[in-house]
Design a protein around this ligand. Structure first.
Ligand code: SF4
Ligand code: SF4
Length: 298
């Protein structure tokens, strides 16, 4: 059994204590319009055309494709997902890196080997490994296998989750997770659905059960102007975390670095304006007034 991993980031210092390796698992049930990693939403491996001025229009990729899955239309290279067998030939022959294969299939043991390469840094810094995504619980069996191997090696595990998963998937893994980094995107179910595609009912229910289990949780609040930045919502979120005895929140201000990943002109991402330093500080103050320890960034 293999999982699909789309990035392994070493020497991370924002996703939990110490120096960490962050593993990004592919697949997510939500579709947040501000997502910084939209390439992590689909579970399957994808070939992505990142034109961004890199394509020479040489046609080498089309010549190398055994499935005739590539065609050019209005200057864009289109990939027929139904025909593409993910052989990667097009990526290999592309001289400029305009094409990219996102995601690789790995066994739990293969992933463990990658993680263990940095064990010395975990030991020296009090770090470990963080699972992010996508949504880590979107691949529950694979995640369970890796977490069990990590537990045997006493490697600290943090799980960065949006909480949209059956409670059984979460509860089964509680004993293998040292820290949950839990996203709260909006407390209002209708607004949550508008921004992410799904209501927050399951997410909040899971968080309440998780908090009741006594596991260490840090709340994460993505600050998205025009979506969840009203003072009232921030205050209610802070109070809500407080009632669950969660005493720390990370504020993750929106930034536009992923803008190039959104080619669709209808995408709402391009309309989001990054919060100012003053907006971020105001958010921090509101959370602090609710008795929470705050941190800007993960
Ligand atoms: S991955 Fe293979 S099948 Fe898919 S578009 Fe590239 S060359 Fe064609
Ligand atoms: S091989 Fe690369 S540079 Fe050449 S046409 Fe294909 S995407 Fe463009």
């Amino acid at each position: 059994m293999k999982g699909t991993v789309f990035n392994i980031q070493r020497y991370a210092i924002h996703d939990g204590p110490g120096i960490r390796t962050t593993v990004f698992l592919k697949g997510c049930p939500l579709k947040c319009y501000w997502c910084h990693n939209p390439e992590g939403i689909k579970e399957e491996v994808e070939i992505i055309f990142r034109m961004e001025g890199r394509c020479l229009n040489c046609g080498d990729c089309q010549d190398a494709c055994p499935q005739k899955a590539l065609k050019r239309e209005d200057g864009l290279l289109l990939i027929d997902e139904k025909k593409c067998c993910k052989c990667g030939n097009c990526v290999t022959v592309c001289p400029t890196g305009a094409l990219e294969m996102v995601g690789q299939k790995m066994t739990a043991k293969e992933l463990l080997n990658e993680i263990e390469k940095d064990s010395i840094f975990y030991e020296q810094s009090g770090g470990g490994v963080t699972f992010s995504g996508g949504e880590p619980f979107f691949q529950p069996e694979f995640l369970a296998k890796v977490l069990k191997l990590l537990k045997e090696r006493s490697i600290h595990v943090a799980l960065d989750t949006a909480g949209q998963a059956p409670w059984e998937h979460i509860s089964e893994l509680l004993q293998y997770v040292d820290l949950f980094l839990y996203d709260i995107k909006h407390l209002n179910p209708q607004k949550h659905e508008k921004g992410t595609g799904l209501s927050n009912e399951l997410i909040l229910g899971n968080l309440e059960k998780l908090a009741g289990s006594g596991v260490h949780i840090i709340g994460r609040f993505p600050l998205i102007p025009g979506f969840n930045d009203e003072e009232e919502n921030i205050f209610k979120t802070g109070k809500y975390l407080n009632t669950l005895h969660i005493n720390q929140v990370h504020i993750l201000p929106f930034h536009g670095l992923a803008r190039g990943k959104y080619k669709d002109s209808a995408s709402l991402f391009k309309e989001i304006v990054s919060p100012t330093a003053g907006d971020v500080e105001k958010t921090r103050e509101i959370f602090a007034s609710c008795g929470l320890k705050t941190r800007i960034g993960g």
